[in-house]
Design a protein around this ligand. Structure first.
Ligand code: SF4
Length: 459
């Protein structure tokens, strides 16, 4: 079964999973009411959105300049940059750091870039113990699953699901309350923070003018993961740049409001290199792996490059009717939902993942909600056009549409076949494309224009 067939199979299964739908609807309901309150902090939200959109647009258009500026300042601060064009390069550089330092244990904070390179699996194969420290990530690690959503990795699990999981794994009290589970995890993690050899994090933003890594979180675990171990390795996509620390006063509240509905996230840290003389805590060495992995291919496009403005708030996922129906895991990508459907084909391969750009109703809700005003639905259309031109869609689909265009482009051709033939055509060909469960329209025996010609319709 290829990736597209798997996607269709999983989508169908998830779409009829009523338990999944109930949990997702409940969690999205809570998110929506928080966002309404969070947005009230802005006197002019649209102005802030436009400002941040402009900042990101400018950064993406001048990425080479800001990458160089960041590298220079980060290096001056004592950090070390590792440029990784591919996943393989990133992994081989990371394992080299582990081997040189004989490191065997890792505490890790939430990071989609590490999911992108499958870092946990890679390190575990190399006999390195990895522990996720974000509660949501810890839950999905325990369940042997992948994160479900950019911001809320375990949003597909109910309170009871999590209690059952802890009972199964640790024989922890049955039907435990979330507070009890959180406390249990906190105690477990605390010991690991102080003993781990390496702390791994992602980066929410990379601030060029100060050479700093900005991290935002609610639990403080990223702060602990990056302060206690002697070595800190951060992994970030090259699009994470922003020009100046002065931009953060607008970016941080905009991100937190759209991500969780908070005015500002609880812990916001900026890491500017390793511990300096006289400082009491912090790592001795800080490495930053700057990952390309298809991003320069996105940058080279005429339109889709705008997807690199994304600040990974996850709002478009919550609002997407497709995401809510098929669920986060069905995309088989760390970046699910509408924005994931734009970028995943570039990051994980167009041949296997181009179908994601077609998995959209194009309703436009994603673009409407996006804090940095990315026209996501238009970008999906540009992907579709490019993939058709690059022959990445199924041949029978392409032929069907060519035939359809040919038939529809002239009235005489369209009227040539009567309703009987049109119904046969649409039920045989279109059903294959749109799915067997979709109810097709029924054509009347005669077309509208022939009815007029026969004077069966008067106006
Ligand atoms: S595309 Fe926009 S709404 Fe979606 S995750 Fe990125 S910033 Fe948020």
């Amino acid at each position: 079964m290829n990736k597209k067939q798997q996607f269709i199979k999983d989508s169908e299964q998830k779409a009829f999973d009523t338990k999944h739908r109930t949990i997702i609807d409940f969690n999205i309901g809570k998110y929506r009411s928080a966002v309404v309150k969070g947005k009230q902090q802005f006197i002019n939200l649209d102005l802030v959105r436009q400002n941040v959109s402009n900042i990101k647009q400018h950064t993406v258009e001048n990425l080479d300049k800001y990458l160089k500026e960041f590298e220079s300042n980060f290096t001056k601060n004592g950090g070390k940059i590792i440029w990784a064009d591919t996943v393989e390069q990133a992994l081989s550089e990371i394992i080299r750091i582990f081997n040189v330092n004989e490191a065997k244990t890792v505490v890790k904070s939430k990071s989609m870039a590490t999911e992108e390179i499958n870092l946990n699996e890679f390190l575990e194969k190399n006999n390195i113990e990895v522990l996720e420290t974000d509660l949501g990530e810890y839950i999905v690690q325990l369940a042997n699953e992948k994160p479900y959503h950019l911001i809320s990795p375990a949003m597909h699990k109910s309170k009871q699901d999590v209690a059952d999981l802890f009972y199964e794994k640790f024989s922890f009290k049955q039907n435990a309350e979330p507070e009890e589970l959180t406390e249990f995890v906190r105690q477990k993690l605390r010991k690991k923070f102080v003993s781990a050899d390496v702390g791994i994090s992602g980066a929410n933003f990379l601030i060029a003018d100060i050479g700093g890594i900005a991290l935002t979180e609610n639990e403080g675990n990223a702060l602990l993961s990056t302060s206690f171990p002697k070595i800190h390795i951060a992994i970030a996509g090259i699009e994470k740049l922003i020009p100046s620390i002065n931009d953060m006063n607008q970016i941080w509240p905009l991100l937190s409001t759209h991500g969780t509905g908070q005015k500002v996230t609880v812990y916001n840290s900026i890491i500017t290199g390793p511990r300096k003389i006289g400082e009491l805590d912090g790592p001795e060495r800080v490495y930053l792996v700057l990952l390309n992995n298809g991003r320069t291919d996105i940058l080279a496009t005429e339109h889709q490059y705008q997807a690199l403005k994304c600040i990974k708030c996850g709002a478009c996922l919550y609002e997407c009717p497709v995401f809510r129906t098929v669920g986060g895991h069905t995309y088989d990508s760390m970046y699910g939902g509408p924005i994931g459907s734009v970028i995943t084909p570039f990051i994980k391969g167009k041949k296997d993942y181009s179908h994601l750009s077609f998995a959209s109703t194009l309703c436009g809700k994603c673009a409407e909600i996006c804090p940095v005003k990315i026209p996501i639905n238009n970008l999906l259309l540009h992907n579709r056009a490019d993939f058709v031109n690059e022959n990445l869609v199924a041949r029978k689909e392409k032929i069907s549409f060519e035939f359809w265009t040919f038939a529809m482009s002239k009235r005489i051709r369209f009227d040539f076949a009567n309703g009987f033939f049109k119904n046969i055509f649409i039920n045989i060909f279109a059903k294959n494309i749109f799915g067997k469960k979709r109810q097709m329209p029924r054509f009347y025996r005669l077309s509208f224009s022939s009815l007029i010609k026969k004077k069966k319709i008067f106006y």
